[in-house]
Design a protein around this ligand. Structure first.
Ligand code: FAD
Length: 402
């Protein structure tokens, strides 16, 4: 009988894969992570980190020191009918929101994974998978085959592992589609974080997220309805900088790289989260938030939960059950709530009323900012079972200077 090469084989070393690998190593498990990319590598993303993501990153041992890293305290929303709303996140209590280029963040996470004692094979792609009674066999595109007791598929939106196991619904192409480009913007207000709820894009939105290296991450996301009309989306992008409010805020802009686009999966409540000893995490589990399209925090959390389940359960099968329970209890209610709110935001007038309600007082603006940036699980507000001391009053990440 072939001896498994490792306890846990992780396909994909993005945020979900690295969180799983570091957590598994902390539990004393042997880990191999493979990624088809060689880091540092770019990932099409808005680069925005919520409080959920920041707390997970802190607990993995990451330091907020990348050259593009910027902590965010002021957020500006632009409503469908032109109202400007200034939201303030708490000050002097750690970081509640930040922006960092994924090319830097993901490379730092891979380095932390290596430092934690995991073997990371870069530039090697997953090819196929076979479930056998002796363990799971994963073949790679360099001709090697590895056997592992447990496999975590952290291989993103298109998850080749999920596909090879026949677990991807036919024709599934994600729930949102996002576009982003790095720009240098001259406008005096371009150093703030902006979200524009443009009437024709609802419940999607346009964002401009500042970076410490002087650039901004400019992009927009729209909800997919059937087939995407590529021509229409291209014309939205071309006209984006001529929209009056965006133009006024950003001023003259110069593109600093080429435009990229990528789908965003947000189907957690109905998603299959495991297949035998294989656990799906992050975008491979379609764990992205259906209201905002944010998925880094969810990727980190689901990766951590998968590794904890494997470490704490006697068999891969019980680990799969335990993982499903924990990830659904951590994220599912929030997904359902986000989906409902997203349906409200489709209608410009309802969106205007909702944003108007948010901006009635300093208190409501402050609370909404913390709710929006996932300071606590969004659905907790409506679920007393999750209330615990300090839930609505937690410090940000890195609040302890030591
Ligand atoms: C335009 C856009 C904007 C976004 N903005 C934000 C934002 O501001 N904030 C936020 O929180 N989220 C945002 N998201 C979502 C976020 O990018 C994802 O949810 C997040 O990257 C998921 O992490 P992951 O580790 O699951 O997958 P990924 O980050 O996609 O990592 C998957 C890894 O798997 C590897 N891989 C793939 N195939 C193979 C293979 N065959 N063999 C080996 N390795 C393989 C890839 O190389 C990659 O490194 C955005 C997404 C898009 C598209």
């Amino acid at each position: 009988m072939r001896v498994p090469e490792c306890d846990v084989l992780i396909v994909g070393a993005g945020p979900a894969g690295c969180a799983a690998a570091i957590t598994a190593r902390r539990h004393g498990l042997s880990v191999i992570a493979i990624d088809k990319a060689t880091f540092p590598r770019d990932k099409c993303c808005g680069d925005g980190l919520t409080t959920l993501a920041l707390r997970e990153l802190e607990s993995l041992g990451l330091k907020p020191s990348a050259s593009s890293w910027i902590s965010v305290e002021d957020v500006f929303l632009h409503s469908p009918f032109g109202r400007e709303i200034h939201l303030k996140l708490p000050r002097g209590r750690g970081q509640y929101a930040a922006v960092v280029k994924r090319i830097e963040l993901d490379a730092e996470l891979v380095q932390l994974t290596i430092n934690a004692g995991a073997e990371v094979y870069q530039g090697v792609a997953f090819d196929n998978i076979k479930l056998t009674p002796q363990g799971t066999q994963v073949s790679l595109d360099d001709g090697r085959t590895l056997t592992a007791k447990n496999v975590i598929a952290a291989d993103g939106m298109w998850s080749p592992v999920r596909k090879a196991l026949g677990c991807t619904p036919a024709g599934y192409r994600g729930d949102w589609h996002g576009f982003r480009q790095y720009m240098r913007a001259e406008g005096p207000r371009s150093r703030d974080l902006w979200v524009w709820f443009e009437r024709d894009l609802l419940p999607g939105y346009v964002w401009s997220f500042p970076l410490a290296d002087g650039q901004v991450n400019l992009g927009f996301g729209v909800v997919r309805k059937g087939r995407l009309d590529g021509k229409k989306l291209a014309s939205v992008w071309e006209g984006l900088l001529d929209r009056p409010s965006i133009k006024q805020t950003l001023g003259a802009v110069t593109p600093e790289n080429s435009l990229t686009a990528w789908p965003i999966p947000a189907q957690l409540p109905t998603a299959q989260l495991s297949m035998g000893p294989v656990l799906f995490v992050g975008d491979a589990a379609t764990a992205t938030d259906p209201l905002t399209g944010e998925g880094i925090g969810q990727a980190l959390e689901s990766g951590r939960l998968a590794a904890q389940a494997i470490a704490n359960e006697p068999t891969p099968e019980t680990a799969a059950t335990s993982y499903e329970v924990s990830v659904r209890s951590a994220l599912q209610l929030d997904h359902r709530l986000s989906k409902r709110l997203s349906n409200v935001l489709v209608n410009p007038r309802l969106a205007e009323v909702a944003l108007g309600a948010v901006s009635t007082s300093n208190w409501s603006r402050r609370q909404f900012a913390r709710w929006m940036f996932e300071d606590y699980p969004r659905a907790s507000l409506f679920d007393p079972r999750r209330w615990r001391r300090g839930l609505f009053d937690g410090g940000g990440a890195w609040s302890d200077p030591n």
